[in-house]
Structures are given as structure tokens and as C-alpha cells.
Write a protein that binds this ligand. Structure first.
Ligand code: CAA
Length: 240
């Protein structure tokens, strides 16, 4: 029977490419979204991938949503914690709300997404936890104290989960995309974006599909011994 994958923030940007790549690999895929009903409906119509609306920052909503997905699509074998937001501001201007919104969505959101599926993975002795971190969690970023903190936190999460899940057939890994051509990066002021591209030895932004292919590999049986790792995909912009 085909395995089931859940992709948070899976109807737009990198998440949409991940959802489509996993469907192409033969998985049953469910994608979550937070607010954009129109984009989600269009995505389902175009791809046939079921979309579910909930706020990953809310534990009870996440748990209830996951129970619905498991009843309608199947027990979740692969979870891709991808949903994330930015609230960029230089630290001296960053408000407590900008800090809290990003922590709640990007970091607590990973807990809220993985915690409800973890017991089922342990029982079935198989699981793939794939967290979409960022180059900016590795190197830090001007105006992203909040975002960089969450993305660095992702790496601690997977390294810890890897140790807890290894004997139960569960792996947990992070992917650190560099700057990818998505709405999030396009929202950066053009002058700043041009200067960022100048710092990428590949001379271009990455494509969402280039991240999706990493996820497809980590989801597969072939990746069983890769556990607690961080895969960088950034066009040689930064090395750990
Ligand atoms: N490094 C050093 N200095 C920088 C800088 C940088 N990367 N970006 C901006 N600055 C400087 C500006 O040159 C300016 O300096 P001056 O005052 O001397 O002219 C100052 O910082 C900007 O100060 P402002 O008070 O005008 O800033 P602001 O309140 O208007 O905020 C900003 C502007 C939010 C920082 C805006 O420049 C911005 O969005 N920068 C991009 C931040 C970024 O790279 N975010 C990544 C988004 S993509 C992503 O997150 C996906 C991923 O995972 C990779």
C-alpha cells in the first residue's frame, strides 16, 4: 500500500513543489495551508492533492487536522514540516509580536506537526521526519534574528529526534535551502535581492523543485541510514 505524506505549507512555494514531487513518487499526499483558500483550491484542482486548512502554530488545531488526514488519506508515514513565515526587521526595530509570530509558526509549528504523528510512526516502526530549515539558520541573517533562531532550532530538533527514533525505524533530517525563487524571497526589496544573488556562486536563485528532489530522496527507503543530518542546497553560498 502506498505510504502517506503530510506537507505543511504544501500548496505554495517550496511546499507545493514537495507535494507534487511526492505525489509523482507514488505517495498519497495531503498538503496543509494557513489562509489562502483560493490558492489551495487552485492547487487541489490542478494537482489532485488534498488540501487541509489549519494553523500550525496551534497544537489542538494541528492534532485535530492530523487526525482528519489520517482518517481520510491514511496513517502518516512521512511528515514534511515546511510551513514558515518571515517578519524581517533589524533587531532594534523588531517587535515582540514579530518575534513571537515567527517562533510560534516556524519553531513551535514543527513540534505541533511532528508530535501528533510520532506515536503512530513508533508503532508502525517506520517514519520520515523532514524539516525545511534554511541557510539563514546556519549563517544568520541581517534583519532575521527571529527567523534565524527558528531555523537553527530546526537543526537541534532533528538531531534529537534522530536519536529517539533510530531504533523505531524513524529518521529525522533537515534540509537547508539557500535562496529559492519563491514569493518569500521575491518579497525582499529588489536591490537587496540582487545583492544576495551576487553572493551565490551559482549565480542564480534555486528552484523549488531542487529542494523537492532532496525531500523525495529523504522520504525513500534508500535514505534509512541518513539520520539527524542537515542537507544544504544553496548554490555554494555557504558551507558549514
Ligand atoms: N547587511 C547589512 N546591512 C543591511 C542589510 C544586510 N543584508 N540589509 C539592509 N542593510 C542596511 C541597509 O543598507 C540600511 O543601512 P543604512 O541605514 O546605512 O542605509 C539599513 O540596513 C536598513 O535600515 P532600515 O532602518 O531602512 O531598515 P528597514 O526597517 O526599512 O528594514 C529590511 C529593511 C527589512 C532589513 C529589508 O532591507 C529586508 O527585507 N532585507 C532583506 C532581509 C533578508 O535577506 N531576508 C531574507 C528573506 S528570504 C528568506 O528568509 C528565505 C530563506 O530562508 C533564505
Amino acid at each position: 500500500m502506498a505510504r502517506t505524506a503530510l506537507v505543511t505549507g504544501g500548496s505554495r512555494g517550496i511546499g507545493a513543489a514537495i507535494s507534487k514531487a511526492l505525489k509523482a513518487e507514488g505517495y498519497n499526499v495531503a498538503a496543509t495551508y494557513a489562509g489562502n483558500d483560493e490558492a489551495a483550491a487552485k492547487f487541489t484542482e490542478e494537482t489532485g492533492i488534498a488540501t487541509y486548512k489549519w494553523n500550525v502554530a496551534d497544537y489542538d488545531e494541528s492534532k485535530a487536522g492530523i487526525e482528519k488526514v489520517e482518517a481520510e488519506v491514511g496513517p502518516i508515514d512521512i511528515v514534511v514540516a515546511n510551513a514558515g513565515i518571515t517578519r524581517d526587521a533589524p533587531f532594534h526595530k523588531m517587535t515582540p509580536d514579530q518575534w513571537k509570530d515567527v517562533i510560534d509558526t516556524n519553531l513551535t509549528g514543527v513540534f505541533n506537526t511532528v508530535h501528533p504523528v510520532w506515536p503512530g510512526m513508533r508503532e508502525r516502526k517506520f517514519g520520515r521526519v523532514i524539516v525545511i530549515s534554511s541557510i539563514n539558520g546556519q549563517k544568520g541573517q541581517f534583519a532575521q534574528v527571529n527567523y534565524a533562531a527558528t531555523k537553527a532550532g530546526d537543526l537541534g530538533i532533528v538531531k534529537s529526534l534522530a536519536q529517539e527514533g533510530a531504533r523505531a525505524g524513524i529518521t529525522a533530517n533537515a534540509i537547508c535551502p539557500g535562496y529559492i525563487a519563491t514569493e518569500m524571497v521575491m518579497a525582499v526589496p529588489e536591490k537587496v535581492r540582487e545583492s544576495i544573488i551576487g553572493q551565490i556562486p551559482a549565480g542564480r536563485l534555486g528552484e523549488p523543485e531542487e529542494i523537492a528532489r532532496c525531500v523525495a530522496f529523504l522520504a525513500s527507503d534508500d535514505s534509512q541510514f541518513i539520520n539527524g543530518s542537515t542537507i544544504s542546497a544553496n548554490g555554494a553560498q555557504f558551507f558549514v
